[in-house]
Design a protein around this ligand. Sequence first.
Ligand SMILES: [Ca+2]
Length: 243
Amino acid sequence: MSVLLCLSALFPVLMATEVPKMDCFATDCSDIYSSGKTDSGVYTVSSIDGPVQVYCQMVPTGQHERGHWTVILRRMDGKVNFFRSWDSYKRGFGNKEDEYWLGLEFIHLLTRRNQYKLRVDLEDFDGSTAYAVYESFSVDSEADGYKLHISGFVNGGAGDSLSTHNGMKFSTFDKDQDNWNGGSCALSKSGGFWYNTCYSTNPTGQYLWGKDNVDINASANWYHWKKSWRSLKSITMKIIRVM
Ligand SMILES: [Ca+2]
């Protein structure tokens, strides 16, 4: 599959197939940037399982979060349903121009090969923003439950709502690997995540458009920013290669 797409990118007339922004040798957005593509947008990178589309956020030098970020999760308008099965979270879903989950298998393949840093960007419905950085981020294989490893928290005003999820396996409504013996966090909190008993952040929870008079306990939130389960307007999780 990937070989075919690479051939079509190299010989578009022969293959009669247009593959925009394809780079056969790019594994992530740092490689895309190195190949001369400096605008943010959706690009196609390669993995051993074939081509993968990602949103690359290219932040110019001179800005605080400069770099070439590979977005692994984006919530921004509630258009996509994130209450999905194990297979969906494994393979990824959504719209790369909009809301999506990149997929656990691809995230694992990336972070197995190189060392990555994670940044989480938050925005509330009043327009305030905050972020959190974890200097090291990796995800184990499916055989190990796609277990999360993070360390090196740096506070960008958001506080640390992810360290309680460190070392947890991933859970969905059809695969309960959390630490709550009394039930399923994914089922109770309407998402898929590295749930513990259950969470300090629930970025794949329900999108509530700021209507916090409903079930905010299952909302898309990040508790330590405002010591509240209030739903957020946007949540972006993105990674960048550091070694
Ligand atoms: Ca459980």
